[in-house]
Ligand binder design. Structure first.
Ligand code: ADP
Ligand code: MG
Length: 483
């Protein structure tokens, strides 16, 4: 998938901008003390504020303000010391206030920038337009009764951060990498759980097409896309649709569309409303939000090492950019790696983590948190390889045994007598035996059939049960054959 579409009249380029709604990790809602937890019984978590009762008064939740600032700093963005909550007016059955409290002209976080990691190992910078705080709406349930719709207000008033990107993305892969990076950042920061299945992170995808390098075209916005794969599919479909419309002589109208997950298409939902349709105005129940510089500085001082910084550090330790990207993609994965690499060769530790352990976990459909092999145990195995106690090949056997028994690598190596032979005398004897048993092959090798080297190595390894040190076998064999 590239960002270029070959149309009948020539090439078209995709232009993409994402609005990500990320629910703030907070026990209570943005302006009320009701629980913001996921999955409660319908309408069990609704205060008078969330139900839009007359005379109710919103009170800002400090935890949400702190987390919005924290996220802004993680996005390398400007923090606005004064921001304003405004009413965004519209009618919807699941919006009892008749407006959503949001931020518009003065959001809490301004321009920022993040790096995205592309599949080929390269990195691109993507601009962040702003981050603002807003309330979530409730939920209409249309599938509970044949004639009626129900409303569940548990979600009403939940704290959301809306993170808006600049229209800097050019391919579906870049959009996927962007969502993945935002999710990693908020998880590292502990400001959102990034759980797209439960809707605590969802995406509005803006797509337009243009001739490469020309002015931006008219965009369509696809609402509430809830997985990275769907983001890619929605862009792919929508960009093609726009090219077909334009090439058939039609015009793109700015509109809001829905993504149909069943057939991977988008369809029109409503024509796009303009900002003035919402009659934004500052909420008279809330004062402007003024932050002390020391408050922001205090948060800055507690920021953890973020994925990009960690990735750079891991690359400096000798990891490939690809491995470093995979490992830092999840906070617990990076922490696991640091334990495996503790006192070990980092590159070897990374190989064993990404190739063997993550592979096995993936196959078993298990999370790293439920790994039968602990980080310390994997580190133990890596140490045995590094100091030549066992070969990489034997290590795979040991690993399989660790996976099923939960035993330490050293215990398995002892019990099964898998210690690698590094005694020159023993290796030399076996090399001699194998050469003596195959005089015709030795002659062929000396006559120029180089490939037979592998045959000899294979025989020696087989006869030693894989326990001979491979480098020593190679050296000795070479000197015998060539000597
Ligand atoms: P709205 O509230 O109208 O959706 P926002 O400012 O919240 O506006 O979001 C606009 C989003 O659309 C941003 O992510 C921006 O990058 C993106 N965008 C703006 N212009 C284009 C365009 N021509 N093509 C694709 N995306 C665009
Ligand atoms: Mg929007």
């Amino acid at each position: 998938m590239s960002g270029i579409i070959k149309g009948e009249t020539g090439d078209w380029e995709m232009v993409i901008g994402l609005e990500i709604h990320a629910q703030v990790l907070s026990e209570t809602k943005l302006f009320s003390g009701a629980s913001a937890a996921f999955g409660g019984a319908p309408n069990a978590q609704v205060s008078p504020v969330d139900a839009g009762m007359p005379g109710m008064l919103p009170v800002i939740n400090t935890v949400c303000v702190e987390k919005a600032v924290r996220t802004g700093l993680g996005l390398n963005a400007a923090i606005n010391l004064e921001s304003v909550f405004e009413r965004k007016n519209y009618f919807y059955p699941d919006l009892p206030q008749g407006y959503q409290i949001s931020q518009y002209e003065k959001p809490i976080v301004g321009n920022g920038e993040i790096e995205i990691d592309l599949p080929d190992g390269s990195v691109r910078k993507i601009g962040i337009e702003r981050l603002h705080l807003e309330q979530d709406a409730g939920k209409s349930l249309h599938d509970q009764h044949p004639q009626k719709s129900f409303v569940d207000l548990n979600r009403s008033g939940n704290p959301l951060m809306e993170i808006v990107s600049k229209p800097d993305l050019r391919t579906p892969e870049e959009a996927a990498a962007y969502v993945t990076k935002i999710r990693a950042i908020v998880r590292y920061l502990d400001t959102c759980d990034g759980n797209m299945d439960e809707g605590s992170m969802r995406c509005d995808v803006n797509v337009s097409v243009r001739r490469p390098g020309a002015e931006f075209g008219t965009r369509c916005e696809i609402k509430n896309v809830n997985s990275v794969r769907f983001v890619q599919q929605a862009i792919e479909y929508e960009a093609r649709r726009q090219v077909e419309v334009i090439e058939a002589g039609g015009k793109i109208v700015q509109e809001t569309r829905l993504f149909d997950t069943k057939n991977g298409t988008t369809r029109s939902m409503r024509s796009k409303e303009d900002a003035h349709d919402y009659r934004y105005f500052p909420d008279p129940d809330l004062l402007p939000l003024v932050l002390e510089p020391s408050f922001v500085e205090g948060i800055k001082a507690t920021l953890p090492e973020l994925p990009d910084a960690k990735k750079k550090r891991f690359i400096a330790m000798g990891l490939t950019p690809y491995d470093a990207g995979v490992i830092t993609g999840e906070r617990d994965r990076a922490a696991f790696f640091e334990k495996v690499a503790n006192g070990n060769d980092p590159k070897l530790a990374a190989n064993w983590l990404t190739n063997e352990l993550l592979g096995a976990l993936n196959k078993a459909e298990k999370d790293l948190a439920d790994s039968p092999v602990t980080a310390e145990q994997l580190g133990g195995l890596v140490a045995l390889i590094a100091d030549s106690t066992i070969s990489g090949k034997i290590a795979k056997e040991v690993f399989a045994e660790m996976w099923t028994t939960g035993k330490d690598a050293a215990v398995i190596v002892d019990e099964k007598g898998l210690k690698q032979v590094t005694d020159t005398g023993a290796i030399e004897k076996l090399v001699n035996d194998v050469l003596a048993a195959n005089p015709d092959k030795v002659a062929e090798y000396r006559g120029g059939k180089d490939k037979l080297f592998g045959f000899f190595v294979g025989q020696i390894m087989k006869q030693s049960g894989g326990k001979m040190n491979p480098a020593m076998v190679n050296d000795l064999l070479k000197s015998k054959l060539e000597g």
